[in-house]
Design a protein around this ligand. Structure first.
Ligand SMILES: NC(=O)C1=CN([C@@H]2O[C@H](COP(=O)(O)OP(=O)(O)OC[C@H]3O[C@@H](n4cnc5c(N)ncnc54)[C@H](OP(=O)(O)O)[C@@H]3O)[C@@H](O)[C@H]2O)C=CC1
Ligand SMILES: CC1=C(/C=C/C(C)=C/C=C/C(C)=C/C=O)C(C)(C)CCC1
Length: 323
């Protein structure tokens, strides 16, 4: 699947978060000279964090290129700048989030989200798949989400975009396999990145007079509070874990079609499939959101406490000279 000089990897959305962490890790692992990891971003003016994190890998095993997934000509120009347009592994990571009551979100913002999260992937695949098919090799790794498997309250549009991603890949994978091209969906739960901070900034700016007071209160008082707890309890340290999981998918001899990166969410997906009527999972979520939210918060607090204790034990062990 991969040339003798080592694979050419192209990643989208590397100015922050998951894309940045993955690009740095891949570039650091690479012995030079090999084709450098191509870390792309829509605005290269935002490459400071990536360059700082990459350190000496910058310009040696890591190269930054401009690529906006919403702009076909920018994707084409980026690929045309690569020798032979040769990409062995495409990591489609660029994405945006959106949470809140539907009535408070503009159609333009929803369309922009779909254009980025779903059509962004479609544009990339249209551009790289023909070359991969011709070469009879390649791997398309798509950063989807747990929300591509199960919707979560107030994430209606974001979740729909990731369901679209999942359906697209599920359909395409069979044809791709015929040409020895692998497709993998990586499905993270919450990961603490700018993704989360952008959601809260957006929630601060939203005009809640467009919805009824009860819905506004459920979102601002109940959901946002619980979502913060979910992120701090389950999302901390996930960036590194996510990179490890994605590396495993990239390096697998037989790449999996789906890979969840946070085991805390596996029961959620299982519950959905255990009852085709959908009653079990809907009821479970309804109760978690409206009835047992105090229990949920208690459980999340317990997770935070256990993690904090584990960190203290590790720090103590390091002080005593244990690895
Ligand atoms: N964080 C989380 O909890 C989870 C994230 N994910 C998914 O992971 C992926 C990465 O998110 P994460 O790192 O957390 O979030 P970040 O907000 O940190 O990173 C998103 C990246 O996507 C880029 N981007 C946005 N629009 C475009 C575009 N049109 N063209 C190219 N790049 C673009 C951003 O660039 P810019 O700086 O220019 O805005 C940024 O580099 C997304 O697909 C997200 O849906 C999935 C599950 C959970
Ligand atoms: C689990 C759970 C909740 C929130 C989950 C969140 C906030 C998940 C975020 C996932 C992300 C960010 C995926 C990105 O693609 C609620 C509704 C608070 C209460 C019910 C249980």
């Amino acid at each position: 699947m991969v040339g003798t000089a080592g694979p050419t990897v192209l990643i989208t959305g590397c100015s922050s978060g998951i894309g940045l962490a993955l690009a740095v890790r891949l570039a650091r692992d690479k012995p030079a000279p090999v084709p450098p990891v191509i870390a792309t971003m829509r605005n290269v003016g935002r490459s400071g964090a990536l360059a700082a994190a990459a350190g000496p890998a910058m310009g040696r095993t890591l190269e930054i290129k401009q690529l906006d997934v919403c702009d076909e000509s920018s994707i084409r120009a980026c690929l045309d700048s690569i020798p032979g347009r040769h990409v062995d592994i495409l990591v489609s990571n660029a994405g945006v989030g959106m949470a809140g009551p539907l009535e408070c979100q503009s159609l333009a913002a929803m369309q922009n989200l779909m254009d980025t999260n779903f059509f962004g992937l479609v544009r990339l695949v249209k551009e790289v798949l023909p070359d991969m098919k011709r070469r009879r090799g390649g791997h398309i790794v798509v950063i989807s989400s747990i929300m591509g498997l199960q919707g979560i309250v107030f994430n209606d549009i974001y979740s729909a975009s990731k369901f679209a991603v999942e359906g697209f890949c599920e359909s395409l994978v069979v044809q791709a396999l015929r040409f020895n091209v692998a497709i993998s969906l990586v499905e993270p739960g919450p990961v603490m990145t700018e993704f989360e901070t952008k959601l809260y900034e957006e929630a601060e700016r939203a005009d809640y007079s467009r919805t009824d007071p009860e819905t506004a209160e459920i979102f601002t008082k109940l959901y946002l509070r619980n979502s913060r707890d979910v992120f701090t309890s389950l999302g901390r340290g996930q960036s590194r874990a996510h990179v490890q999981h994605t590396l495993r998918v990239i390096e697998a001899a037989r790449p999996p079609f789906r890979h969840q990166t946070n085991v805390a969410y596996t029961p959620m997906a299982a519950l959905k499939h255990a009852d085709p009527s959908g009653a079990l999972i809907t009821d479970a979520f309804y109760k978690l959101v409206f009835k047992y939210d105090a229990v949920l918060r208690f459980g999340l607090r317990a997770i935070r406490l256990l993690r904090w204790k584990a960190q203290k034990v590790k720090a103590g062990a390091r002080l005593l000279g244990f690895k």
